[in-house]
Each structure stands twice: as structure tokens, then as C-alpha cells.
Write a protein that binds this ligand. Structure first.
Ligand code: NA7
Length: 556
């Protein structure tokens, strides 16, 4: 490894979210003599849970299913205060992991990597940060995150606004909503999972003057039903951890919820309604994931369930016109990621909370004083919040300029000069097992393209295990080079595309899950970017690869 001007590491990890700290713990444990470093853009560990500090930010999946399963002591110690943990508590948990495992000494904060070069003679990567400092690494683990690159809306006049404006994932750290939102007119653009949590929490802030939610696409949403976990309950739950993690391992997305094997038409109307009502009354994702098995493949089944959910919205929203605006018309329930809510629909019953349905009147521009809509109305605002989502899955990679093998760029649009040589042309990923990519030797990815996302911590633990095993293999055999063969990449990428065909109704809808973000150049058409075969199948394929002596990978 080069040692001169650069800092040299056996493994460099980029990102100190759950993926990065899990990687650090395992790499350090497995290879005690290796030099390992984590580079992180933020000021602390936490990733998603560090950046997203907007009001109402919390889990939609059960807290009990989210912790690191390998740290039994911490599971014994930790008290999840709520069934669905808040951002603040989750961030505390992640910081506790970092302290307990003494991780801080190996993490460099406030450092943003801008460029990466592959050196084919030395078999190393050289990374350059914003300040021009260089880091050389034999192996590199990308823990960049799949929802970490925020996007602002492509709306004219965005720089004209004179009030305070920020993206939800860049929430001002010193902002106190009860103090700073007092008597203010707040606007929120975006009604995805983030917008729904932000709007609900802000609507409950008694001091605000008004809240205007700018909705381009209505989103299906259903009750979270959060509750506190007492000390006594937590003591009982601790005894169930093994069973909880076992259950996660048996479901397709590693959540605690499993589809009902029956088809919608297999049961009577009464039985169908009974299951739906039961799920609606229960906490968590069951109402998305535990429904009849054909709900997201059979159009009629989906329409029936969507009607049920639409009526729930009508029951909760007093103004029938507002209720109709809040009911999605262009996609069925569950075909996008279903945000869970805690009083979202009731927020619109408040006299100072307004829904601006952008299907009826679109945004013309942002002005110095607010938002001008196509009906000529200027919505005056003091604060403008962008809950406009992320350049998902490939976005964090795109923020780095890559000089991969043969000096190839990683991402470029097909109509650009670099398009012909790019590895992921037009953001279309090609990978082997989602963990490695062609022409990107010695790079391993946690939670990247072509991996199953679902319950993130469960996927992270698995990916880190597979990567550690592979690094062990390299170490044992004295290999300093590993890259997937083109054949293996083509086969795996084709498999990912084939799997996506089963998610029929989801594939017909634009969302970050189908690779669309109209605010990002080149992301206006759908593409397959995530693995929708089950996590069980994914684990099996990774295990088969290992057992085959890593067929599909080239070593040197
Ligand atoms: P999402 O789910 O991508 O939502 C972004 C929202 O912002 C969505 O409602 C968009 O409307 C809206 N948006 C984006 N650009 C515009 C413009 N130009 N005008 C109006 N509205 C706009 O991001 P989230 O942060 O909510 O959630 C991401 C994931 O994080 C979530 O799924 C969880 O897994 C955690 P659109 O629907 O595109 O019409």
C-alpha cells in the first residue's frame, strides 16, 4: 500500500450510518491487524437518523426488529421507549453502539469524498476529499446510503424566496418548532413518507399561524398506531429477541409482517373485510404487507383494497373535497411505499391547515413571499419546507467523480460524451449480487443497487457478513484484487430484472422505488434499481456464491 502523502488503509468505509458502523465493527473484529477508517460527511454517526431531524421523524417498522442482533449485551441494555422509535431515540441508540464499540476513534467526520481513482498496478483506490486530502485503500466499502442524497424541486424562482427554506433532511439543527414556528405561515412541498410525518407533526404545533401542504401526488397512508413501551414490557420483549429476529429472517422484506397466503377471491366479502379491518386496527406495516397475497399483482384485488382504504380517508376528513384530493387516483394502495401516519388525515380538519392540490392548480413559481399557483393565487409563507425526497439508490454514488478501471466513469447519461464508457449508463445499475460492480474492483456495497432494502438493519447485517467472508477469502489466499466477471454481472442483473416483473402493479407507478425522480436529470423513466426477489432468495444466492468458491468473481 502507498504510504507517502496519502493516508493508507486496508479498508476504507465511506459513510457512518448503520451500514458504516456495522462494517467497522465486523471488519475490526475479523481483521484486527488491518488499518480501517470510516469517512463521514456529517458531524456524527447515524446516517439517515443523523440527517433527518424533521418533526415527526420516526420508524414505520417496529423498534424491536431494528436493533443490531449481534450485540446481545446492548439488546439487554437498551430500552426502546416506543413501539416505533422517534428519530431522536434511534439516533441515541446508534451513538450508543458507536460508544460501546469504541468506534469514534476510527471515524473521520466532516469529510466529503469528491473523487475516486482506481490504480490498476497497485490494486488500490485513492479517494480525494473536498479539502484535497487523499486516502489510499486496498478495499473500499460503500456505505453511502440509498436515500441520502436530497433533491430540491426543479421549480422556477426557488432562490427568490426570502423566508427560511430547507430540505427536510437538512433540518436546521437549532430550530425549535414551538419557538421558531410561532405565528409563522409554514409551507411544505411533498407528501411522501417524510412530508406526511412533517405535515402531521407541524399541524399539531399549537403556535403556528397556518400550514399549507402542496401535494402533487396524493399518497396512500394508514395508521401507525404507536405506543409507549414500559420498563416491564421491555423486560418481557428482551426475552423474545431471538424469536423476533428469526421471524424477520423468514419474511420477504425482513419485517415482522408476512402476506396472507390466500388470494382476495378465495374468501367471502365478510372474511375479506374482517382481515382488512383487523389489519387497519393493528400497529405497523401489516396493513401494507399482511394483506391477501395477490393484492399487488391482481388489479381487481388491489382496487377492492384501495376502495376500502379510500373510505377510511373519507371517514376521517370532514371536507369531502379535501378528502377526494387526499385519495390517490393514479395508483393503487401499496404500489408505492406506504407511509404510516399518526393523525395525518385529521390534520386537514384544522381551520389553519390547507391542502393545495397541485393536480387542480400547479405551482407556477416560487416568489420572494411564497408560492404562486397557476390559478394566480400567491400563497404567502414565512417558512418553506422541501419534503421532496432523494436522488435514491444511485444518487450518493453520483455525487462522487469516479475514475474506475480503465478510467471509466460510473454514471453518465447516454447522450453525454462519457455515456459510452460509463458503467451505469443513465443510472441503470449493473452489479453482481448487488454487492460488487463491474470495473469497480475491490469495491463492496452495503444497501446499494440490486439489494433488497426492507428492514434496513437486517439487510445491513447480512451484507456486512457476506463482505467480511469475502475479505477473509481474499486475505487467506493473498488476493489483492476482486472484481465480478461480466458474465456473472449480466446474469445477476437479468435475474433482478426478472424478479421485478413479479411486482406488476408497483412497476406501473413512478416513485423512487421504480427509479423515477423528476428533479434529477436522467431519472424521468422507470428502471429496475432494487432487488424485489425476497431477502430469503438473496441470502441463498449469496451463500451459494460463497459455497461455490466465489464463482462469478475474478481474483488476483
Ligand atoms: P418521496 O417518497 O420521494 O416523496 C417526495 C415527495 O415530494 C413526493 O410527494 C413528490 O411528489 C414531491 N415532489 C417532488 N418534487 C416536487 C415538485 N417539483 N413539486 C411538487 N412536489 C414534488 O421522498 P420522502 O423523503 O418522502 O421518502 C423517501 C423514503 O424515505 C420513504 O419512502 C421511506 O422509505 C423513507 P410526486 O409523488 O413525485 O408527485
Amino acid at each position: 500500500l502507498p504510504t507517502q502523502a496519502e493516508q493508507a488503509y486496508d479498508v476504507l468505509i465511506i459513510g457512518a450510518g448503520l451500514s458504516g458502523i456495522c462494517s467497522l465493527i465486523h471488519i475490526r473484529k475479523r481483521f484486527p491487524s488491518w488499518r480501517v477508517r470510516v469517512i463521514e460527511a456529517g458531524e456524527d454517526v447515524g446516517g439517515t437518523w443523523y440527517w433527518n431531524r424533521y418533526p415527526g421523524c420516526r420508524f414505520d417498522s417496529e423498534s424491536l426488529s431494528y436493533g443490531f442482533s449481534f450485540d446481545k449485551d446492548l439488546l439487554e441494555e437498551w430500552h426502546w421507549k416506543e413501539a416505533f422509535s422517534s428519530q431522536a431515540e434511534t439516533h441515541k441508540y446508534i451513538k450508543r453502539v458507536a460508544e460501546k464499540h469504541n468506534l469514534y476513534k476510527d471515524i473521520q467526520f466532516n469529510t466529503k469524498i469528491t473523487t475516486a481513482h482506481w490504480n490498476d498496478t497497485e490494486h488500490t483506490w485513492t479517494f480525494v476529499d473536498e479539502a484535497g486530502d487523499k486516502y489510499a485503500a486496498r478495499f473500499f466499502i460503500s456505505c453511502l446510503g440509498f436515500l441520502s442524497s436530497p433533491t430540491l424541486p426543479a421549480i422556477p424562482g426557488i432562490e427568490d424566496f426570502r423566508g427560511e427554506a430547507f430540505h427536510t433532511s437538512r433540518w436546521p439543527r437549532d430550530l425549535d418548532t414551538s419557538r421558531d414556528f410561532a405565528n409563522k405561515r409554514i409551507g411544505v412541498i411533498g407528501t411522501g413518507a417524510t412530508g406526511i410525518q412533517t405535515i402531521t407533526a407541524t399541524s399539531k404545533e399549537p403556535s403556528i399561524k397556518s400550514l399549507s401542504a402542496f401535494q402533487r401526488t396524493a399518497n396512500w397512508s394508514a395508521p401507525l398506531r404507536n405506543s409507549e413501551i414500559s420498563v416491564e414490557q421491555m423486560a418481557k420483549y428482551r426475552m423474545e429477541y431471538d424469536a423476533i429476529f428469526q421471524r424477520c429472517a423468514e419474511t420477504p422484506s425482513c419485517f415482522l409482517h408476512q402476506a396472507d397466503p390466500r388470494k382476495s377471491a378465495d374468501v367471502t366479502d365478510e372474511e375479506r373485510l374482517a382481515l382488512w379491518e383487523k389489519l387497519y386496527a393493528e400497529p405497523g406495516f401489516g396493513k401494507w404487507l399482511s394483506v391477501f397475497s395477490d393484492t399487488y399483482t391482481d388489479r381487481q384485488a388491489n382496487e377492492l383494497y384501495s376502495k376500502f382504504m379510500a373510505n377510511k380517508i373519507r371517514e376521517r376528513v370532514h371536507d369531502p373535497d379535501v378528502a377526494e384530493s387526499l385519495i390517490p387516483k393514479n395508483h393503487g394502495f401499496g404500489t408505492r411505499r406506504v407511509p404510516l401516519e399518526s393523525g395525518y388525515f385529521e390534520a386537514f380538519n384544522k381551520p389553519n391547515v390547507h391542502l393545495i392540490d397541485l393536480q387542480k392548480t400547479s405551482i407556477s413559481r416560487i416568489t420572494a413571499d411564497g408560492i404562486l399557483t397557476s390559478d394566480g393565487k400567491e400563497h404567502e409563507l414565512d417558512v418553506l419546507i422541501y419534503a421532496t425526497g432523494f436522488d435514491a439508490i444511485t444518487g450518493a454514488f453520483n455525487a462522487i467523480k469516479w475514475h474506475a478501471k480503465d478510467d471509466r466513469p460510473l454514471i453518465a447519461s447516454s447522450d453525454s460524451k462519457e455515456g459510452e464508457r460509463a458503467i451505469w449508463v443513465d443510472h441503470k445499475p449493473s452489479t453482481f449480487l448487488g454487492l460488487t460492480a463491474p470495473a469497480m474492483p475491490n469495491m463492496f456495497i452495503v444497501l446499494g443497487p440490486h439489494q433488497p432494502f426492507g428492514n434496513a438493519t437486517r439487510s445491513i447485517e447480512h451484507a456486512v457478513q457476506v463482505i467480511s467472508d469475502l475479505l477473509q477469502y481474499c486475505k487467506d489466499k493473498n488476493y489483492t484484487y476482486v472484481e465480478p466477471t461480466q458474465e456473472a454481472v449480466d446474469e445477476w442483473t437479468q435475474h433482478v430484472i426478472e424478479c421485478s416483473k413479479a411486482a406488476t402493479l408497483t412497476n406501473e407507478v413512478d416513485s423512487w422505488m421504480t427509479g423515477v425522480n423528476k428533479n434529477v436529470k436522467g431519472k424521468t423513466v422507470r428502471r429496475v434499481a432494487r432487488y424485489t426477489g425476497s431477502a430469503i432468495e438473496f441470502r441463498k444466492r449469496c451463500e451459494d456464491c460463497k459455497l461455490s468458491g466465489y464463482k462469478g468473481l475474478m481474483f488476483a
